[in-house]
Design a protein around this ligand. Structure first.
Ligand code: BGC
Ligand code: BGC
Length: 624
C-alpha cells in the first residue's frame, strides 16, 4: 500500500494538471520552456507512450489503452474511416479518442494522422485534387500550394491535425506503383513542389497555428522511387519497398535534394523514413540497410547536417522489417533516430519493449528525451494543449463549390497535350461528339488509389464529376450532341469527332508495381476501343487517365490528338475545359514517356535518351 503522503501527492499532481497551473499549460510561455517543463514531469512510461502511434481500429476497439498507456498518436491507415464516414463522424470519433488522452495524468493531447494526399481523400464528399504527378505537370507550385491549403482546411475541420503528405519521392522508374504520388523524375521539380508544405502547415507566424492547418510529412525518406527492379545474378529486386543501389553523390543529387528544401525552406514538421533500403556502392554492394535503420541518413544527414528539428515517424510496421527480434528492431530504429513509431496493431508491445530497452541501458535516456521533446514541440505549436478538440466551424466548406473550382483548375492545368495533328484541338463544343472508353464515365478510375479506400475502387465512390459529365456540360451548352458508348458499340455515323478515354484502374503502393497485375501497355479492351473509334470517325482524340505514361507507340499514328490526363481527381470538368478551348493546354510532362516498357528506367539526362516524348514535352493551344 502506498504511504498516505504519496497518494496525496499524486492526487495533488492530477489536480495540478487538471486546473492548468503548471508552466507547460501556460500558453504565454515559449514552446521550448513548455516542453522542458512537461518533459521534466514525465515518467519513462509516459515518455515512451508519446513515441507510440496506434491505428484507429485498435484504438476504437480498446480506447482505455489511450489513457493507460498514453499513446502519443493515432492514425487512420489507408481507407480506415469511422463507421459514419461523414465530417461529423470523423470529428466525433477523433474527439472521443482525444478525451481518453486528456484523461491521462498530465493531459497530453493526441495527434491524429491521416493520408490526406490529394485532398482529405478518405472522407466521402471531400474535394479531391489531381494526384501529385498531375500537379507536377502543371509546373505551378503555387496552385499546388493552394490545393494543399484547402486539403488542410477540409482535413482539420473533421479532426486530424496531421497529414502523411507530401511524397517528395523522385520517381525514376514508371514501373513503380507509387509513381503517381511523385511530382516527377527531376529532383529540382520535386523540390519546387515542396511548396505544398506551406499550404498544409502555413508559414511564418501562422505556421501550424489556427484551426485550418495540419502538420505535414515529407515521405518516404529517401530513395523510394529510385530502387532497382528485376533480377540480377545474385537476387531478385522488387520495386516498391526495394533497394536503391547508389553512390553517395547520386543519392544526394537525386533523392535528398527535395528534403533539404522541405526542411530549410518550408520547415516541415515531420518526415517518414522509407520502407526501402540503401546499398552504397562505395561500401561494397550486397549490404543494403533499411532506411529505418540508417543512423547516417536519419540522424547524420537529416537532423545534424540539414537541421531538421521536427520528428521522424516510422512507416507502417516498417521496423518489423529490420533484422533481429522485436527488441532489436525497436532499439535499432530508436537509436538510428526515429522518434515516433507507426505500430498499428502492436503499440502496447512497442511501449513495453522500449521501456525494457531503456531500463537495460541499450537505448540512452537522452535519445528518448530528444524524441519526446520533438513530438511535444509540434503538439504545442499546433495549439493542441489549448484546443484539443475539433474546431468544426469550417465543416460546411468541405467539398464546397469554391474548393471544387480550385480542383477543377488544377485538373485543367495538369492536362498535357502530347500530340495535336492538324491542330484538331481545341474542339468546337457545337460538334457531334462520340465518347467511348472505360475511363470516360468512372469517377473512381479518375481518382486512382488513396481515394475513399487504400487501393481506390472503380465507380461512383464519392461526389464529383466524371470526364463525360464535363464533356456534356460544354457540348450541351453550345448546342452540340454527345453520344456515349463505353465499348464503342453504338453507331458512329454522323459524328464529327471521337473522344476515347482509356487507361488504368486504381491501385496503391506495391500492388501497382508493373508485374503480374499491371503493365504499362494498355489493356486489349482499351486498344480495341481506340481502333474502332479512330478507324471510323474522321477526327479522333485519345485521353489517357492513368497514374503514369502508358505505351501507346504502335497506335499513335491513328490518333489525331493525344492527351495525358493523369489522375485528375473529383472534377472531371477540368479535363473537358481545355478540350473545348475554355482554357489553353499548358501542362508539361514531369516524367519521360517511353516508347516501350523495356526502356524503363528512362530519365532526362540519360545517355542515349530516346523516349517517345521527352521530359518537359507539352503542346499548347489557344482559348476559343
Ligand atoms: C493500410 C495502409 C498501409 C498498408 C501497408 C494497409 O492495410 O490501410 O495504410 O499503407 O496496409 O501495407
Ligand atoms: C505507406 C505510407 C502511409 C502509411 C500510412 C504506408 O503503407 O507507405 O505512405 O503514409 O502506410 O497509411
Amino acid at each position: 500500500m502506498l504511504p498516505l503522503a504519496a497518494v496525496a501527492c499524486s492526487a495533488d499532481t492530477e489536480t495540478g494538471a487538471a486546473s492548468g497551473r503548471f508552466p507547460y499549460q501556460d500558453s504565454s510561455l515559449p514552446v521550448a520552456e513548455r516542453v522542458a517543463d512537461l518533459l521534466g514531469r514525465m515518467t519513462l512510461a509516459e515518455k515512451v507512450g508519446q513515441m507510440a502511434q496506434t491505428e484507429r481500429a485498435a484504438a476504437e476497439a480498446d480506447p482505455e489503452l489511450l489513457t493507460s498507456l498514453g499513446f502519443g498518436s493515432v492514425l487512420s491507415g489507408g481507407g480506415s474511416s469511422p463507421a459514419d464516414n461523414s465530417p461529423t463522424g470523423w470529428a466525433d470519433m477523433i474527439d472521443g479518442l482525444q478525451e481518453r488522452a486528456l484523461a491521462t495524468r498530465l493531459g497530453i493531447p493526441l495527434l491524429y494522422g491521416v493520408d490526406a494526399v490529394h485532398g482529405h481523400n478518405s472522407l466521402v464528399g471531400a474535394t479531391i485534387f489531381p494526384h501529385n504527378i498531375g500537379l507536377g505537370a502543371t509546373r505551378d507550385p503555387d496552385l499546388a500550394q493552394e490545393a494543399a491549403r484547402i486539403t488542410a482546411m477540409e482535413t482539420r475541420a473533421t479532426g486530424p491535425q496531421w497529414t502523411f503528405s507530401p511524397c517528395l519521392c523522385v520517381t525514376r522508374d514508371l514501373r513503380w506503383g507509387r509513381t503517381y504520388e511523385s511530382f516527377g523524375e527531376d529532383p529540382e521539380l520535386v523540390a519546387q513542389f515542396a511548396s505544398v508544405i506551406a499550404g498544409y502547415q502555413g508559414a511564418g507566424e501562422a505556421r501550424l497555428a489556427g484551426p485550418d492547418h495540419v502538420l505535414a510529412t515529407a515521405k518516404h525518406f529517401a530513395g523510394d522511387g529510385d530502387t532497382v527492379y528485376g533480377t540480377s545474378t545474385t537476387r531478385d529486386y522488387r520495386i516498391d519497398q526495394g533497394v536503391t543501389i547508389s553512390d553517395r553523390a547520386h543519392f544526394e543529387a537525386v533523392n535528398l535534394v527535395p528534403y533539404v528544401t522541405a526542411v530549410q525552406t518550408y520547415d516541415v514538421g515531420s518526415i517518414m523514413p522509407s520502407f526501402s533500403s540503401i546499398d552504397w556502392t562505395e561500401d561494397g554492394v550486397g549490404n543494403p540497410t533499411k532506411l529505418s535503420a540508417s543512423t547516417e541518413l536519419l540522424t547524420g544527414f537529416l537532423k545534424e547536417r540539414t537541421g531538421f528539428d521536427g520528428f521522424l515517424i516510422s512507416d507502417w510496421e516498417a521496423i518489423h522489417q529490420l533484422p533481429g527480434d522485436y527488441a532489436t528492431q525497436v532499439r535499432t530504429a530508436v537509436n538510428a533516430g526515429i522518434d515516433m513509431f507507426m505500430e498499428p496493431q502492436t503499440a502496447p508491445e512497442f511501449v513495453a519493449t522500449l521501456i525494457a530497452e531503456v531500463e537495460a541501458g541499450r537505448v540512452p535516456m537522452a535519445r528518448i528525451d530528444d524524441a519526446v521533446r520533438r513530438i511535444l514541440a509540434v503538439k504545442f505549436e499546433l495549439g493542441l494543449f489549448e484546443h484539443p478538440f475539433t474546431d468544426r466551424s469550417a465543416i460546411d466548406q468541405i467539398g464546397s463549390a469554391e474548393h471544387r473550382a480550385v480542383a477543377r483548375e488544377a485538373a485543367a492545368a495538369s492536362q498535357v497535350l502530347l500530340k495535336n495533328e492538324g491542330g484538331v484541338l481545341p474542339l468546337d463544343p457545337a460538334s457531334r461528339v462520340y465518347v467511348a472508353g472505360r475511363n470516360a464515365d468512372d469517377l473512381g478510375n479518375q481518382l486512382g488509389g488513396w481515394s475513399i479506400t487504400w487501393q481506390g475502387e472503380s465507380g461512383s465512390i464519392t461526389d464529383g464529376t466524371t470526364i463525360l459529365a464535363g464533356i456534356r456540360q460544354h457540348v450541351e451548352a453550345a448546342g452540340g450532341e454527345v453520344r456515349y458508348s463505353q465499348q464503342a458499340s453504338a453507331p458512329m455515323e454522323g459524328f464529327d469527332v471521337g473522344v476515347v478515354v482509356i487507361g488504368e484502374t486504381p491501385y496503391a503502393e506495391g500492388v501497382g508495381d508493373v508485374g503480374a497485375r499491371h503493365s504499362l501497355v494498355p489493356r486489349l479492351e482499351d486498344r480495341g476501343v481506340i481502333d474502332r473509334v479512330c478507324g471510323t470517325i474522321p477526327t479522333c482524340v485519345v485521353i489517357i487517365v492513368a497514374g503514369r505514361p502508358l505505351v501507346i507507340t504502335d497506335q499513335l499514328a491513328t490518333i489525331d490528338a493525344l492527351v495525358m490526363a493523369w489522375l485528375p481527381g473529383s472534377e472531371g470538368t477540368g479535363v473537358a475545359d481545355p478540350l473545348f478551348g475554355e482554357r489553353p493546354y499548358g501542362g508539361r510532362l514531369p516524367v519521360s514517356w517511353p516508347r516501350a516498357e523495356s526502356q524503363e528506367p528512362i530519365n532526362i539526362g540519360d545517355p542515349d535518351y530516346d523516349p517517345l516524348f521527352p521530359y518537359g514535352h507539352g503542346l499548347t493551344t489557344s482559348v476559343r
